[in-house]
Design a protein around this ligand. Structure first.
Ligand SMILES: Nc1ncnc2c1ncn2[C@@H]1O[C@H](COP(=O)(O)OP(=O)(O)O)[C@@H](O)[C@H]1O
Ligand SMILES: [Mg+2]
Length: 319
């Protein structure tokens, strides 16, 4: 990953002003100046909120959102979509924290972070009471941070079992950074366990990626029953639950049938945006590059843009 920047043309178009207007603003002391590299002006994503404020638009988010990507089934796109979505939000100027809740560390790898780049995981926070701020690592982007994971996180399930308030430890540990981020995005492992229960109770929105096949569809029933029990037992309720289809191929009959079944039984939660099958997603994930940097003109990148417009509506930017 490298720090993304915008050309004057791209930046002005994102803000919905003309390029000449943007260039004229350079004389304003209240606005950050573009960085000039090799004679070319470059605008920074983390400056977007200041430009929006100047324009009388914004803010980008009205409430702090803590979003968990969860499905007990593996391979549905939790990791790749949460990573690329999180990066894209940061590229649009939001302050984002990505949290890897899976000891396999796929989210960490998906962002090109090597296991030698960090020392701590959520294990140190949940079990050893380390301040969560000490586990956050920087990325090449100023407004994107990560709590990474690796196999050091795997003993967490067993260690949590004998602890007090074991379900609420993550929620409590987030208190010091509650207002630091616009969006906190958590990528769960495909399991039912105490770590994921902590993830649920620490978030306020749930994202469930599903594949358009009937196995995924049946798994949803178990997931929703589990969520209902948790909501009842802990007197907790998600602000929003979003189900979205991923890996979708409209030319496959089974995809269309699974989509119809979802529309029939989960209409309330089903997102309009569908993430289509796109090999660029798998390629970017395996190379540890954000999709919007690896293939910004791809189908997958366009679908993630639509996804963002649906979640953050109205978004004061021209995507
Ligand atoms: N829309 C898509 N099109 C093509 N490949 C995808 C898509 N979504 C996910 N993938 C790929 O499918 C595999 C499983 O996705 P992953 O995000 O690891 O799922 P999970 O975290 O739910 O186990 C990965 O190789 C990923 O890159
Ligand atoms: Mg995963």
């Amino acid at each position: 990953m490298k720090q993304p920047t915008y050309t004057p043309k791209a930046f002005s178009s994102l803000l919905g002003v003309s390029k000449s207007t943007l260039l004229r603003w350079e004389t304003k002391d209240t606005l950050p100046k573009p960085t000039v590299i090799n004679g070319v002006r470059q605008y920074m994503p983390h400056d977007i909120p200041k430009y929006l404020k100047f324009l009388g638009k914004g803010p980008l988010v009205t409430t702090k959102r803590r979003q968990l990507f969860l499905n007990f089934k593996g391979g549905t796109g939790k990791t790749s979509i949460s990573a690329f979505y999180g990066f894209r939000l940061a590229q649009l100027g939001m302050k984002v924290l990505l949290m890897d809740l899976d000891p396999q560390g796929h989210l960490t790898q998906c962002l090109g972070i090597d296991h030698t780049d960090f020392e701590f995981t959520l294990y140190n926070v949940l079990i050893e009471r380390m301040d969560i701020r000490d586990t956050i690592i920087d990325t090449p982007m100023e407004n994107l941070q990560l709590i990474p994971a690796n196999l050091n996180l795997s003993p967490v399930e067993l260690a949590l079992t004998s602890m007090n308030a074991r379900e609420l430890r993550l929620r409590k540990s987030l208190l010091p950074i509650k207002d630091t981020y616009d969006v906190i995005i958590m990528d769960a492992s495909p399991s039912i366990g105490l770590l994921n229960l902590n993830g649920i109770l620490a978030s306020n929105e749930l994202f469930v990626p599903v594949l358009a096949d009937f196995l995924s569809y049946h798994g949803l029933k178990i997931l929703f029953e589990t969520i209902a029990t948790i909501e009842e037992d802990f007197d907790f309720i998600f602000n929003n639950i979003y189900i979205f289809l991923n890996h979708y191929n409209a030319s496959h009959n089974i995809c269309q049938r699974a989509k119809k079944a979802l529309e029939k039984h989960y209409k309330k939660y089903l997102m309009e945006t569908i993430i289509r099958q796109d090999t660029k997603i798998a390629e970017a994930a395996s190379m540890g590059l954000p999709l919007h940097q690896y293939a910004s003109a791809s189908r997958g990148a366009a679908d993630i843009n639509s996804f963002i417009k649906e979640i953050f509506n109205p978004l004061p930017l021209n995507l």
